[in-house]
Design a protein around this ligand. Sequence first.
Ligand SMILES: [Fe+2]
Ligand SMILES: [Fe+2]
Length: 162
Amino acid sequence: MKLSESIRKALIQQINVEFHSAWLYRSMSQDMKHRNLPGYAKWLDKQYEEERQHGFKIINYIEDRDGVVDFLPIGGIDKHYDDPLEVARESLAHEEWVSGLIRDLFQQARKEGDIETELFLRWFIDEQVEEEVNGRENVAAFEKARDCPGLLYMYDKKLGER
Ligand SMILES: [Fe+2]
Ligand SMILES: [Fe+2]
């Protein structure tokens, strides 16, 4: 079954969200580098790579379904952060927003009876659960480390081992 136009369009929107997420994490990584947190910067760089892979996963899926991908402009990032706790909180909020988008996509596929897309999205649903777990862990850790440079140093080191 060929992809419906509405599912194709919705998947292309999600490709852009994934690449926008990649830019967001890459930009946050730069800010944390400047704050002398190389571990968190490295962790965010890995996140950047993962988000790009998510984007490519959807591109490949559309092509596998004999669909055509439109390569649209990716939303840029011009916001900068000083505080790792702020980065962690914004990352978590961002992932929660993405989880909602994936759920909406899933519901749309279900409504249209597009079983292949439903099954394809399963991986993304699991991934979002994981992303939110990581996000909550980082928020909790940076909250604890807020007024404690020793803890901040240790947690940064731990993140660098990812
Ligand atoms: Fe993603
Ligand atoms: Fe993500």
